[in-house]
Ligand binder design. Structure first.
Ligand code: ATP
Length: 202
C-alpha cells in the first residue's frame, strides 16, 4: 500500500499547528517541515557557515540570529540559504515518507508553513490550507508572540498572501471560530472530501 502525502499549510498564525495536532489525534502521520529544517541546520552547520563567510566571523551563538536577520532582509542571501536547505529537507521528507509507508500509514500530512513559497506543493498529491483572514492572522500573531503591529505586519508581508494560497490549495478549511470548531470541521473534511479523494485514487 502506498502512502498519500498531503501538504498542510496556511498563513502565519492561521492555525496550521493547531490543525496538525487534530490530524495527528485522528491517527494520521505528520511530517513537520520546521523540525526537519532545524535538524538540517544543526547537522550541517559547518556547510551553511561556509556559504556565509561574512557572518561566520560572528560568534557561533550569534550565527543563527544574524543569519535569520540577513535572510529576512536580503533576498539574495535568502535564495542562497533556500537552495541549500530545500533539497536537504526534501531528502528527509522522502525518508520519513518511506518509513510511514513501511508502517502502512495510508495518509501523511507534510506540515509546511511555506509549502507554496518553496515549491513544496509539487511533491505532494494535494494541499490543505488552514485559512484565517488577514486581520485575524494579525491579531493571533500579535497575541501569541507579543509582537507590535508593525513587527507582525512585517512578518506577514514576508509570506505569500493567504488569498493567493487559497486559490492554489486543493481544499480550504476555515479557522474562524473556536479551536473546537476547527476540530469538527477537520473531522467532517476527512470523512467527506478526503475519503472521496482517496477513493478516486484507487
Ligand atoms: P505559525 O506558522 O506562525 O507557527 P500556525 O499557523 O501554526 O502559526 P497556530 O500556532 O496553530 O498557527 O495558531 C496561532 C495562534 O492562534 C496560537 O496561539 C493558537 O493557539 C491560536 N489559535 C489557533 N486557532 C485558533 C482558534 N480557532 N481560536 C482561537 N485561537 C486560535
Amino acid at each position: 500500500m502506498s502512502t498519500t502525502l498531503i501538504g498542510l499549510t496556511g498563513g502565519i498564525a492561521s492555525g496550521k499547528t493547531t490543525a496538525a495536532r487534530c490530524l495527528r489525534n485522528f491517527g494520521f502521520g505528520i511530517i513537520d517541515a520546521d523540525l526537519l529544517a532545524k535538524h538540517v541546520f544543526s547537522e550541517r552547520l559547518q556547510e551553511i557557515k561556509s556559504l556565509f563567510p561574512e557572518i561566520t566571523q560572528a560568534q557561533t551563538e550569534d550565527f543563527r540570529t544574524r543569519l535569520a536577520e540577513e535572510v529576512f532582509e536580503n533576498s539574495e542571501a535568502r535564495q542562497k540559504l533556500n537552495a541549500f536547505m530545500h533539497p536537504a529537507i526534501r531528502a528527509l521528507v522522502k525518508k520519513q515518507q518511506q518509513q510511514f509507508e513501511a508502517e502502512q500509514m495510508p495518509v501523511v500530512f507534510y506540515d509546511a508553513p511555506l509549502l507554496f513559497e518553496t515549491g513544496g506543493d509539487a511533491f505532494v498529491k494535494a494541499t490543505l490550507l488552514i485559512y484565517a483572514p488577514y486581520e485575524m492572522q494579525l491579531q493571533r500573531l500579535m497575541q501569541r508572540n507579543t509582537y507590535s503591529k508593525q513587527h507582525a505586519l512585517a512578518r506577514m508581508t514576508s509570506q505569500m498572501d493567504i488569498e493567493i494560497k487559497r486559490q492554489r490549495a486543493t481544499w480550504v478549511v476555515e479557522n474562524l471560530g473556536s479551536q473546537e470548531e476547527l476540530h469538527q470541521k477537520l473531522d467532517k473534511w476527512r470523512e467527506e472530501a478526503l475519503s472521496a479523494f482517496l477513493l478516486a485514487q484507487t
